[in-house]
Design a protein around this ligand. Sequence first.
Ligand SMILES: [Zn+2]
Length: 436
Amino acid sequence: MIGFKSVRRVALAALLMGSVSVQALAADAPAPVTVLKAARMFDAAAGKIVSPGVVVVQGDKILASGPTAKLPDGAKVIDLGDATLTPGFIDSHVHMSGQDNGDWYKGFFDNLMQHPPELALRATAYTKAMVEAGFTTVRDLGDSDYISLGLRNAIKSGAVEGPRMLVANYAIGSTGGHADQDPIRPDILAQATPIKGVCNGPEECRAAVRYQMKYGADVIKFMPSGGVLSLADPVDVPQLTQEEMNAIVSEAHAWKRKVAAHCHGDLAAKMAIKAGVDSIEHGTFLQEDTLKLMKEKGVYLVPTLFATYWVGGHADEYPPAIAAKARAAAAQSQKMFSWAVKAGTKVAFGTDAAVEPHGQGAKEFSLMTSAGFTPVQALQAATVNAADLLGVSADSGTLDSGKRADIVALPGDPTKDITVTEHPKLVMANGKIVRE
Ligand SMILES: [Zn+2]
């Protein structure tokens, strides 16, 4: 058997040789230049459509953009005609490691029986569907067995097709809460501990955060309130103490990680805001004073309207305890969103994809506009705002030069018909055309 040290030496040598040849290649041949042309483009920072749309791309970066951008000699020009170029969409709330299959009981059984490698292989179809739908960056807010972490790394290395991913690893919450396993008999399923995100008391909760960061979490997700799709807990009551929430948020912020709080309930959201959280996810039962407080403190709302709309429409498929929560959430989410619009709360686009099938997330745009957003506000939520929340504004969220070449071409004009977001004409992700 070959020793560990020699394996490491061989791997290191291969790595060095690989990097030398890639660098030599890059020095010899500059990446080809591609120009995307269309009737219009969306200036996400200014919140307006400009005409015509021109984006010059070299390799994985935007070289220049705007109506007066020069077309370099020898560039390949793709003329998309009556279309609008927008920055690649950002979904701030997804779960790439799984997907509802329309049969809750079968899904529950499959989750128990399928091993992580099978789940990961199946998930490569979800990441492909996601990026082909125009979502070039996603934030994965919780999974099991580090499947999303593996997807993130495999996509980054080019081995798997998908969007750039930021991942949370295990979501953090209390015993019996929304981050815990369903109440399967304890003699059959071992109790989850802080390494799997389940914690009781501030010190365990600090440890839970540290474990997620140790294994590569880009963001921390925690569960101040109950959830819709869990069997044991009420949806709206707080599931962590103020001290536990303070510990989670301060520990993540110490490592400069953002913190996303899953909150349906109003009191739990108030406690999470007090702890200094960066975003409230879902926010279904938030009251108007809480949404105003978020506006004051600059806390983002990620409303996931599509998820509540979906579970409301499919409530009959769930066990009775979940069905009742799904109906209550669906009845409230659009009303809550209209209050957020009135209060001027910052909104970042997020769908909770996995609850509904991956690749259909653009439906969130029209749910936003039907509850009070203009099409421009909805597009900004999925571009500049989401980039700000995720901390990726330096390379995403607009079509400015120097940013990642993440570009979507929509047929027609999305400010006249927002549903065109559901049928992109072309998607470029990190400089590569993945749909046309
Ligand atoms: Zn979620």
